[in-house]
Design a protein. Structure first.
Length: 493
């Protein structure tokens, strides 16, 4: 294990603790530790099943960025809550004191970003073995000499047992996610929801990459048989993971990417998919990961005796999740990268049932939809969201955007123009009526329309201009019910 212990240790970062440090353990070791420590149990077919307690989604209202000389003029403060340097200093001291009281810690040295010239080195310190397994699964895993010489640029300390004090730490509750971009330190306390770590790294890259001329995106991406890359923008629950996991195309990644001059590259080395009511027929590639050792299942119901899973049971959470290495999807890109895109797809879960299943956008219309980000928050992805809730999430990722939307919008506009990229709007939300009356758009129809758009055949059908929205909608597509293409015709009234 010596070659997995970096020469630059915690003491070099000013972190002093008597705890036993488990450096860069691999998946089998972390699974063993998680089970031995009672953090989770193994399901019949091999995945580790864990519970996240009361936090089954992100605590968006408990996230803060330290406002100082570095961030005062660069952060979009209308969208991000601030914490004073003084409050952060107290919080940091209390976190370091808490680390000093731990008997065991798990540390993973990882990359955020697959393209070497645009990645960030991140060290993650956990008190839970399964948290360390989760983040090791989700980020990019360095090996060999890269580990031995690893020196972190950013550090994340995640202590679910820590309880913040609002008066003392300048926060809202006992839960806190505090980001200090000057000290390059992120402190997460009072929540066991592992997605906070993943999204913290996304926030770092969303801050750093625009200064390098790289477009960070909340999107999935895949490559067609002719080397044509497609990018799928969308909030959690709109279908990014499901639609990008297509047996006929090569997966680059399911959630977070950068668009550089030469490539679309995944920020991650794993996927984080919604598991509730997962269908082996509609989503066979993702369903197969629920039967693999190395997958981590959050809040999925399991029979304690037979260890059988019930993916349809939302007893613990609507937002049940699975984290798995990207190579569990058979047709994934080995480099986590692909060429710059030919198509951009903007996924929206229209809770009102008025948008067609697909529309072709002009570059100006694409910019409008990117900056407005109309969609619906889907149940469970954030605390308090129990049913689809219409929202405008600018750039399809407002919760993770530290900079002003114009920064990302201008980057995207330039990229679309430079690459002559085709743009599509796809509604994965409701048809035949609004939420409560209509039904979710059939995934089979969505896939058929999407495949036609990406293989170019959709460009050869007749289009009509929508009288309300101004975009172009296909009149008829082979294999797709014509009625579903006209939202008004799907409504009973």
């Amino acid at each position: 294990m010596a070659n997995r212990v970096p020469s630059h240790g915690l003491a070099d970062q000013g972190i002093v603790t008597p705890a036993e440090i488990n450096w860069n353990l691999q998946t089998p070791q972390l699974v063993e530790e998680a089970v031995r420590r009672g953090e989770g149990m193994l399901a019949k077919d091999g995945p580790l099943v864990v519970r996240t307690g009361k936090h089954t989604g992100r605590s968006a209202l408990d996230k803060y960025i330290v406002r100082d000389a570095e961030t005062d003029g660069t952060i979009w403060w209308d969208n991000n809550k601030s914490m004073s340097p003084d409050h952060f200093a107290v919080l940091k001291a209390d976190f370091l004191a808490a680390l000093g009281e731990k008997e065991t810690l798990f540390v993973a040295d990882l990359y955020g970003g697959s393209q070497p010239e645009h990645r960030v080195r991140v060290r993650v310190i956990n008190e839970l073995a399964w948290h360390n397994l989760f983040i090791r699964t989700l980020l990019v895993r360095p090996e060999g000499d890269a580990l031995a010489g690893f020196e972190p640029e950013f550090t994340i300390v995640d202590l679910p047992s820590f309880r913040a004090t609002p008066e003392r730490h300048g926060c809202r509750s006992e839960t806190v996610i505090a980001v200090n971009l000057t000290e390059k330190l992120i402190l997460i306390g009072g929540t066991a929801y592992a997605g906070e770590m993943k999204k913290s790294v996304f926030g770092i890259l969303n801050y750093l990459l625009p200064a390098e001329g790289v477009m960070p995106m909340h999107c999935s991406a895949n490559i067609g048989p002719k080397g044509d890359t497609a990018v799928f923008f969308g909030l959690s629950g709109t279908g990014k993971t499901t639609l990008s996991a297509d047996a006929s195309r090569t997966l680059i990644g399911d959630d977070e990417h950068g668009w550089s001059d030469t490539a679309i590259f995944n920020f991650e080395g794993g996927c984080y998919a919604k598991m509730i009511r997962l269908s082996p027929e509609a989503e066979p590639e993702i369903f197969a990961t629920t039967k693999r050792f190395g997958t981590v299942l959050e809040n999925v119901v399991i029979d304690p005796e037979t260890r059988e899973l019930d993916l349809d049971d939302a007893a613990y959470a609507e937002n049940t999740r699975g984290a798995y290495p990207i190579e569990f999807i058979a047709n994934c890109s080995r480099e986590n990268m692909g060429p710059v895109p030919k198509n951009i797809v903007m996924l929206t879960a229209d809770a009102f049932g008025v948008l067609p299943p697909i529309a072709r956008l002009t570059p100006d219309q694409a910019m409008y939809h990117f900056l407005s980000g109309y969609t619906a928050k889907v149940a469970g992805t954030e605390i308090g969201v129990t049913e689809p809730e219409a929202t405008f999430s600018t750039c399809f990722g407002a919760p993770f955007m530290p900079r002003h939307p114009s920064v990302y919008g201008n980057l995207l506009k330039a990229r679309i123009a430079k690459g002559n990229v085709s743009c599509w709007l796809v509604n994965t939300g409701w048809t035949g009526g609004k939420y409560g009356t209509g039904k979710r758009m059939p995934i089979r129809e969505t896939r058929a329309l999407l495949n036609a758009a990406l293989d170019g055949s959709l460009n050869h059908v007749e289009f009509r201009t929508d009288e309300n929205f101004g975009f172009e909608v296909p009149v008829a597509v082979p294999g797709v019910d014509r009625v579903i293409l006209i939202p008004r015709d799907t409504w009973a009234d």
